[in-house]
Ligand binder design. Sequence first.
Ligand code: SAH
Length: 253
Amino acid sequence: MQRRPGFPARLSGTGGPPPARGTALPGVPVTTSAGVGLDSAAVRERMVGKLAAGGITSAPVLQAMAAVERHRFVDSALVNQAYEDTSLPIGLAQTISKPSVVARMCELLLGAQAARERGLGRVLEIGTGCGYQAAVLSYLAREVYTIERLRGLHDKARHNLRPFRLANVHLLLGDGMLGYAKGAPYAAIISAAGGDVIPQEWCDQLAVGGRLVAPMSVAGGQQMLLVIDKTPQGLNQSVLEPVNFVPLKSGVA
Ligand code: SAH
């Protein structure tokens, strides 16, 4: 008698188990939880559950948000708020962006045409702040150039990021309104600070197929999230939801 194949039929081949969530991402060390108790990973998983419920669907973004220990980027007095969906002060009148906004912007970057075809290449982040978003981006992009105009925060980000040993993150001190021409062209540019216009340099330094995601103030002063795609035919702009970022300022201080 012929044996019927079991169900599900086993496929021939060598498919190994799927990679475990939040671990073994290429080039990223596995970090241990500390600072908010042994269950900081569990607290992050809850945060990620809320991000998913709020509409974030990109698995790489959710994995990166689960992996990066946001509590290591805020002052010790704020650690117990680190996984709430809120922006928090990081000194010098600046703030770390809300997790939902970081996830949303990262998801938009991954939606760029070039990123969908070839993965996310070199990214320029304007406004390093405490370095949190740069750490998230390091999981999603091949190279991350991040520029900060305030020396105090540039130094703080260097200190915060050191234990993560993220070899693909490059911290720069400078005026991000000028972009960073030496790293151009970029597959994506992301700004954590908003002005009244998008600097021409950002559009110039974007690769064809690349995408810019940035807040910008529109008539009436309301800030909106803007997406600009650079196509062979020119720039395509979309205005998305209202947002609330710190101001984009010129010069280094
Ligand atoms: N991504 C950051 C958010 C920091 S808030 C984080 O994860 O913490 C935005 C930052 O943009 C501030 O630190 C502010 O100093 C910086 N910024 C504003 N204008 C800038 C400019 N022209 N160039 C570089 N950084 C700028």
